[in-house]
Design a protein. Sequence first.
Length: 259
Amino acid sequence: MLVLAGVVVAIVYGWLHRDEDWINPEQGIGYWLGILGGSMMLLLLGYPLRKRAKPASKSVGTVGFWFRFHMLLGLLGPLAILYHSRFSWGALNSAMALGAMIVVASSGLIGRFFYSRVHRGYSGRKLELRALKQEMDEMLAKMEAAGISHEAVLAGIQPFEDRAVKAGGAFWSSAGAVLTLGVETRFAKRRMLADLPRGADRRLLTLRALLDDYFEAVRRAAEFAFYDRLLRLWHLLHLPLFILLVAAAVLHIVAVHMY
Ligand code: HEM
């Protein structure tokens, strides 16, 4: 988020100063920014390669490292290219390369959102509904230990978990559950927090944190199947877009050196 915020600030700054001719894409810093941005976007391919390869040596770096590096270069590379282009479309071949880059980088941000709903961390470890259910059950047991009655858990809290787990199988039922449970769990949490006695002793603090974590886990479980499907659809779109970007970039590089 910090990197993204920095990149947004740099884009706004560059956009506001785009009419000052301090960068020339054909020579000096402007030209080198083009090479730098292009190289960064080539280097970020290390992630899909690393994800698919089983390296003989550990020194190649983990999948998690390459994924973080991918996202960093996926933001800094386009930033360098935006400065290289002086935030203008230029000739047709330049506009095609710039447009394709903006589409692919934006698509990457959308994919990152889907990815985070389906995985634990960045190492490629996927969430599993079974493990999520087990975590929720453990939280319910802890709530009872902290003083919520068994009846209250059965009647008012556990049904959310059952609905999230049941909705998981199919696309439309999970889409519906993302919406309804997204809203209802937030209302239910507020109501239950308001019903708890006031005070800040340890038991109450634990209970509040448990309720928070529990409803978060319910939403994650409901979201899991839906975003898993969306991530797969996204993959189908992202790779052809990327190939289009490579073609447009090659055309652009050839064109500017020929004319
Ligand atoms: C112009 C910049 C970018 C290019 C050229 C690019 C290219 C790619 C490529 C080729 C893949 C592999 C697709 C596959 O394995 O099937 C990929 C995956 C991915 N990229 Fe990017 N990307 C860029 C920017 C970004 C950004 C800014 C982010 C997020 C901050 C991002 C997040 C992702 C994610 C989440 C995946 C899928 C990971 C997975 O399912 O394993 N990308 N990208």
